[in-house]
Design a protein around this ligand. Sequence first.
Ligand SMILES: Cc1cc2nc3c(=O)[nH]c(=O)nc-3n(C[C@H](O)[C@H](O)[C@H](O)COP(=O)(O)OP(=O)(O)OC[C@H]3O[C@@H](n4cnc5c(N)ncnc54)[C@H](O)[C@@H]3O)c2cc1C
Length: 407
Amino acid sequence: MAANSTEDKQNSGKSKFSDPFVSPDFYNIDDLLTGEQKLVRSSVRDFVKKEITPYIEEWSQKARFPYEIVKKFGETGAFGPTIPAEYGGGGLDYISYGLIMQEIERGDSGMRSTASVQGSLVMYPIFKFGSEEQRRKYLPKLAAGEWLGCFGLTEPDHGSNPGGMLTHFKDMGDHYLLNGSKMWISNAPKADLAVVWAKNEEGRIHGLIVERGMEGFSTPETHNKWSLRASTTGELVFDNVKVPKENLLPGKSGLGAPLMCLDSARYGISWGALGAAMDCYDSARRYSLERIQFDKPIASFQLVQKKLAEMLTEITKAQLICWRLGKLMDEGKATTQQISLAKRNNVAMALDVAREARQIHGAMGITGDYPVMRHMMNLESVVTYEGTHDIHLLILGNEITGIPAFK
Ligand SMILES: Cc1cc2nc3c(=O)[nH]c(=O)nc-3n(C[C@H](O)[C@H](O)[C@H](O)COP(=O)(O)OP(=O)(O)OC[C@H]3O[C@@H](n4cnc5c(N)ncnc54)[C@H](O)[C@@H]3O)c2cc1C
């Protein structure tokens, strides 16, 4: 099948797992990858086929966060791939990081959320803005999956406008006193530590590392989600929490600090969404060849072929965006606006692909026998978190016109 990667052509039929995924590569984008990048992708793909896809439907149906995956992610190098090896990270380039996110989200967006938060939103700020002591204390444990972290920016009344946050801390001489709350925080209920963004008495935003067990700190779980059901989400509540002074991230303050973390995470989401889209496309392709209606495979009908052709076209465009953006990331040249374009385009593309794939599966598409409905529901969160679809459009609008239209 010309649309598939060489690696999958070699592996197809040999897999000992029930997951028959074959990845599309219509423009031979594999030719642009290094041997190391392909090796990273193939090892994470095998990991996902062994540790995630056989169980993900059950976890999602039961809304169970498989805590045991945290250690396994650590062992497979999914946490902090771009963080230097001396701190326990993978020391890899950004395309390898993207490919890891692609493969994990091919399994499930909730699983990718766990890895993204740990790598881009917890390890990254500690690495970029933390003291050497903080790096040595936290990064190796986070990289190994011995500790799970979360990132607290969003508040009940401040989502798209995090600069308006109310969570604040006071300098009490020998410690800081933290008060306020955060909402919609991935990993929170199980997290050992939280990177929390809060204002000081002058209204300046700083990052603080808050550890589980600190008095007055709790993480109630958010229930009844129809999306990212295998990911655990919760609140962070700070009721006069005494935070040691050495837990403040000294390297950067202001809203720019959390936004830098979001750039890194959004980059990973661009690749991750691609993974979800590839899975939906591949499932639809296979189903359409097997399902017979009017004495023919439904793949023989033009309307089904149109859907598949358009899916492959959009996936191919998104693959090229990801690869080029990865190169810019590695050169340190990628801008926030370029990352916004990729996140916005690729997540919306994946959502469209998931919806079309769901239609191709007919009634079967609503069941957990196929991954499409789960991906579709997951992507409804991905299109909202880390900057909504419309907020990214405004970021691009501002870039094009020089006129901010946020207010
Ligand atoms: C499952 C899940 C996990 C999450 N994990 C985390 C996490 O780990 N850490 C964290 O800090 N946050 C997390 N979030 C929060 C997420 O980042 C926010 O939901 C997101 O930023 C949007 O904020 P909001 O939900 O308050 O929506 P709002 O900001 O209230 O927006 C609602 C709608 O209004 C639109 N809107 C808002 N302002 C404008 C404007 N100026 N112009 C035009 N339209 C506008 C938005 O586009 C959106 O459509 C998570 C969310 C979900 C759903």
